[in-house]
Design a protein around this ligand. Structure first.
Ligand code: IPE
Ligand code: IPE
Ligand code: MG
Ligand code: MG
Ligand code: MG
Length: 364
């Protein structure tokens, strides 16, 4: 496989992984990583709740005793948890479908921000759940997201040749295997979640509800429906409302399923699920507005996928309708709305708050 990766792809991959893990993203901005232990690296039961009364009379002393949340470290650790499990979930095979499994692993293990699974685990913790039973769900989300990218890049869709710093799946394996690799990732995701949930002893009703929500989010009423609107809208003028509907289906729906699914598995109460749905809707839209902005503003090398292509293909995007400055302001406003939705949550929702900032301040 390495023979298929020219030096440019190696350098893009290296730069991307530095951006995600090496230099550190603290509070969504690039800063030097602090190696202080954060509140969230201790077991959740020990984490301070913001509703707890202070145990000291000196408020300054309380402030000093709580180290700032280290988002870079958190992202690095969670990415590690997810990638280790993903590698096991799609085991290498030497059977007749070897080429298919190779193609699935090629895209799945190529890096990526792993934001959907990280959000699922963060939402699980925000409602007081333990992450272990939700890891299978988190991996399923990443498999579904990766399938959507493999298909999104096909010549019949966005026709892209670079993804996650590597040649796209169909460039390496051909269109037929790439299509089937996407099919395999999507289908296997549901099998993985069902089996892992059973092994973790999650009540069947909870699992069925989560599967139904996930299927709706990625099916014809959600992501796939959004992709169709995206393609049909190429070269067409859309209103801002139509664009919002398109983005909320093609990208937002999977974010909602990530956050709400993770929270449900963590034992969320109905009111918490409602608030988290609001959070995820705002975050999902903010994320896609930012994706549109990055396409205009960043280089191909930085993104690990070709930039400046939305305009070329006549895609309906926020920068094309609102312009860059208003789009950026809107993304930040949406991130604020997302954080506002978490007003009723305690300190255990801090990762979710930080991830809202990350979604709009990221550089890839
Ligand atoms: C890209 O998603 C596709 C969109 C929905 C905008 P990501 O930006 O999360 O891609 P990876 O997973 O980090 O590669
Ligand atoms: C892709 O949106 C959304 C899905 C894969 C569902 P884009 O087409 O904007 O994503 P990129 O920019 O190619 O990553
Ligand atoms: Mg697309
Ligand atoms: Mg695309
Ligand atoms: Mg895009």
């Amino acid at each position: 496989m390495r023979g298929l990766r020219p030096a440019i792809f190696e350098s893009i991959s290296r730069r991307r992984s530095e951006l995600l893990t090496g230099e550190g993203v603290v509070g969504g901005r690039l800063k030097e990583v602090s190696h202080q232990q954060s509140d969230f690296e201790r077991p959740m039961q020990q984490a301070k709740s913001s509703s707890e009364p202070a145990t000291t009379a000196d408020p300054a002393a309380t402030l000093i005793s709580v180290p700032p949340f280290d988002l870079a470290r958190y992202l690095r650790e969670r990415t590690g948890v997810i990638e280790r499990q993903l590698a096991i979930s799609i085991a290498e095979s030497d059977g007749p479908a070897n080429r298919l499994v190779e193609a699935m692993r090629y895209s799945l293990m190529a890096g990526g921000k792993r934001l959907r699974p990280i959000l699922a685990l963060a939402a699980c913790e925000a409602v007081g759940g333990q992450i272990e039973p939700a890891i299978g769900y988190a991996c399923a989300l990443e498999m579904i997201h990766t399938y959507s990218l493999v298909h999104d890049d096909l010549p019949c869709m966005d026709d892209d040749d670079l993804r996650r710093g590597r040649p796209t799946n169909h460039k390496v394996f051909g269109e037929a295997i790439a299509t089937l690799a996407g099919d395999g990732l999507l289908t296997d995701a549901f099998g993985l979640f069902a089996r892992s949930a059973k092994a973790a002893g999650i009540p069947a009703e909870l699992v069925v509800d989560t599967i139904a929500e996930l299927a709706d989010a990625c099916g014809s009423a959600g992501m796939v429906g959004g992709q169709v609107i995206d393609l049909l809208a190429e070269g067409q003028p859309l209103t801002q409302l139509e664009l919002e509907q398109l983005h909320s289906k093609k990208t937002g729906a999977l974010f909602v399923a990530s956050v709400c699914g993770g929270a449900r598995l963590g034992g969320a109460a109905p009111a918490q699920l409602q608030a988290l749905q609001k959070y995820a809707r705002a975050l999902g839209l903010a994320f896609q507005v930012t994706d549109d902005l990055l396409d205009v503003e960043q280089t191909t090398e930085r993104l690990g996928k070709r930039s400046q292509k939305d305009h070329e293909r006549g895609k309906a995007t926020y920068p094309s309708i609102l312009g860059i400055e208003r789009s950026r302001a809107m993304a930040h406003e949406l991130a604020d709305h997302a954080r506002d939705a978490l007003a009723g949550f305690d300190g255990r929702a801090e990762p979710l708050r930080m991830l809202a900032g990350f979604a709009v301040e990221r550089k890839l």
